[in-house]
Structures are given as structure tokens and as C-alpha cells.
Design a protein around this ligand. Structure first.
Ligand code: ADP
Length: 171
């Protein structure tokens, strides 16, 4: 099945989807940007679950993903994935970012998720070039084979990302 791909400009904490993805850091204990927004809007239950995951399996590696419930958010699940910090090793960083999308989608599939929303992982504090990050995101989403996911939403918070995604998705 090929999922529908949508673009929305706005705040991912407001999205009604089965799962929203968080651009977390490897500590899983919260941070700024979209991570801060998700924990603020979702309440303490998400952080508590993150803590339990950390106690059980340690830090989350870059490119990997873990899941919690979504506390007070309109979503059912939050999938926390750790994006790479951009460091000019384009090949390595690109592989790791692709892993974030792929592993999040696989986790979502295993949970029977029908709709999932992604932020623009690594393009904030982690300084991944926005054009390249968007190309990788769109490519991973388009390559993904799924039986359960019907809709994938890219949520762009800033205008620059929105423009980039609009162009890519219309090609
Ligand atoms: P990273 O550390 O992975 O770079 P950031 O949270 O700093 O994570 O930024 C990732 C992206 O999330 C950026 O493009 C930023 O504009 C965006 N962002 C910030 N707040 C929100 C939000 N509430 N909803 C959706 N996207 C957001």
C-alpha cells in the first residue's frame, strides 16, 4: 500500500494522528524545540515513560526510535527518535537521518498506526541542512512499504521548511 503524504504548517502537538514523532535527544529526558513543546503539551506521563525506557535500555542511539503513549496530546503514541547532529560527514549524517524516518515508520507499522506525523528532524538545534534533510525524509517515506499506514504528515514549523517540502512534494 502507498500512504497518502500531506504537508501541514504548524505545531505538531496539535495534530490528530495515531502517532506523532518527536525529535528527541539521546537522553530521552527532554530538551528544547519540538521535544520541549511535546513534553509541555503532553504532560508528565510522557517523560515518566521515557524515564522507564531509559532505565531499562539506556540511552536511545542516534537513528533509532522508541515509543510512549501521548499523555494529554490528541495523538495515541509519541515515537521518539534521535536525529544526528550535523557535523559535515554528509554520508554518515544522511544515513542516520534516514534511519530516524525508517525506524519510526517500522515502529508505527508494528503498532498498527494508520496516521503518523513527522517534524523536520535535526533541522533545528542539530543544524542539519534543511534541503538535504527534506530530500531524505521524502525519499524514506516514499520508499516505505506498508500494510497499515494510510497517511503520513510532514509538519513544518518554519516557513523555510514549508517551502522546501512544498516544492519536493509537488515534483
Ligand atoms: P533537532 O534537535 O532535531 O534539530 P529541534 O526541535 O531543534 O530538533 O528542531 C527540529 C524541527 O522542529 C525544526 O525545524 C523546528 O522548527 C521544528 N519545531 C519546533 N517546534 C515545533 C513544534 N511545536 N511542532 C513542529 N515542529 C517544531
Amino acid at each position: 500500500m502507498k500512504p497518502k503524504v500531506e504537508l501541514i504548517k504548524g505545531d505538531i502537538t496539535k495534530i490528530h494522528a495515531d502517532a506523532i514523532v518527536n525529535a528527541a535527544n539521546s537522553s530521552l529526558l527532554g530538551g528544547g524545540g519540538v521535544d520541549g513543546a511535546i513534553h509541555r503539551a503532553g504532560g508528565p506521563k510522557i517523560l515518566e515513560e521515557c524515564r522507564q525506557i531509559r532505565n531499562k535500555q539506556g540511552k536511545c542511539k542516534t537513528g533509532e526510535a522508541v515509543v510512549t503513549t501521548a499523555g494529554n496530546l490528541p495523538a495515541k503514541y509519541v515515537i521518539h527518535t534521535v536525529g544526528p547532529i550535523w557535523n559535515n560527514d554528509e554520508k554518515k549524517c544522511s544515513e542516520l537521518l534516514a534511519g530516524c524516518y525508517k525506524n519510526s515508520l517500522e515502529l508505527a507499522e508494528s503498532l498498527g498506526v494508520k496516521t503518523i506525523a513527522f517534524p523536520n528532524i535535526s533541522t533545528g538545534v542539530y543544524r542539519f541542512p534543511k534541503d538535504l534533510a527534506a530530500e531524505i525524509a521524502v525519499q524514506e517515506v516514499k520508499n516505505f512499504q506498508t500494510e497499515t499506514i494510510e497517511k503520513i504528515i510532514f509538519v513544518c514549523f518554519d516557513e523555510e521548511n514549508e517551502k522546501i517540502y512544498k516544492k519536493l512534494l509537488n515534483e
